[in-house]
Design a protein around this ligand. Structure first.
Ligand SMILES: [Zn+2]
Ligand SMILES: [Zn+2]
Length: 296
């Protein structure tokens, strides 16, 4: 029998629940002529895409390295998260533009249909976030991303629920595009939350929580290390950090150099969680301009 591990099973559940909410929102939007329901449906459509991408990334991330892809597929999830964020941003902007049009020319909506559809949706949203909650210590940015996202979806349903109640109470249809605009803003925020961590990794940024100055100190606190330059720390994936640097040693013996490197490897792993280290040893000051990274 084919079995799935935890995250994959969660994602399949999320896919089913989100698919159900999507159909519900679309039918509700057509029946009630509500723009806020339609924007939520559009949003859920991209959710289906992002869960699909996350499933793909989880599957492909387990592939072994090859001659061509020597790091394996560790970054496929990062690329998926980034593309997701871009699609979300595009949808958010389209929705906000339609809300403004609709606000200028409000159209009648059926508030009772909106109300019923949104109450059911809210229940399903909460069920989805419950299913998606990652283990407390998980560092998988895709999993935390989809969790926060599902929780945010519940908030936008709450907003639409409020709009439906207000339309019912005041008879003013303008509440519908107001809610649609709020959903659009929320999607824009979600797109930034999705894209930012992956963008950092794609930009080879120093991992969040790691300070280059402290790493430099780790090197210089070793008695045999006189200088460190061309120091770079980056992430191959959220769990795997890499470092490369040139170090100038006080010793000229290769055997001593080897000992220093072993000590540094140990310190970098123990204190900075860096497990993929490449060091170039130099014995004398050489003509090697640094990258101009400021120290403070
Ligand atoms: Zn969503
Ligand atoms: Zn050098």
């Amino acid at each position: 029998m084919h079995t799935h591990d935890g995250p994959t099973r969660q994602l399949i559940w999320a896919l089913l629940l989100t698919g159900a909410i999507f159909v519900l929102q679309l039918v509700g939007a057509l029946m009630s002529q509500s723009l806020s329901l339609l924007s939520n449906a559009g949003h859920l459509f991209t959710d289906l895409g992002s869960i699909g991408l996350a499933l793909y990334a989880a599957k492909v991330g387990q592939h072994r390295p090859t001659q061509e892809l020597s790091y394996g597929y560790s970054r496929s999830g990062i690329v998926a998260a980034f593309v997701n964020g871009l699609i979300l941003a595009a949808i958010a902007i389209a929705l906000m533009i339609s809300s403004i049009y609709r606000f200028i020319r409000p159209a009648p909506v059926n508030a009772s249909v909106m109300l019923v559809v949104t109450i059911i949706t809210l229940g399903l949203n909460l069920a989805t976030s419950w299913v998606l909650h990652p283990p407390q210590k998980s560092r998988d940015i895709n999993r935390w991303g989809v969790y926060w996202h599902a929780l945010g979806d519940a908030f936008s349903s709450l907003g639409i629920l409020l709009a439906a109640l207000l339309i019912d109470e005041t008879g003013w249809n303008g509440w519908d595009p107001v809610a649609a605009l709020a959903v659009g803003l929320f999607i824009l925020w979600a797109s930034w939350k999705t894209a930012r961590p992956s963008l950092r990794i794609l930009m080879e940024a120093t991992p969040e929580g790691t300070r280059l100055d402290e790493i430099r100190q780790t090197f210089l606190s070793h008695p045999d290390v006189n200088d460190v330059h061309h120091l770079h720390v980056w992430s191959i994936s959220p769990e795997l950090h890499a470092l490369s640097a040139h170090i100038r040693l006080g010793t000229t013996s290769i055997r001593d150099g080897q000992r220093v490197i072993e000590q540094l490897n140990h310190d970098l792993a123990a204190h900075h969680d860096i497990h993929h280290v490449t060091l170039q040893i130099e014995a004398e000051q050489h003509d090697d301009p640094d990258d101009g990274i400021p120290t403070n």
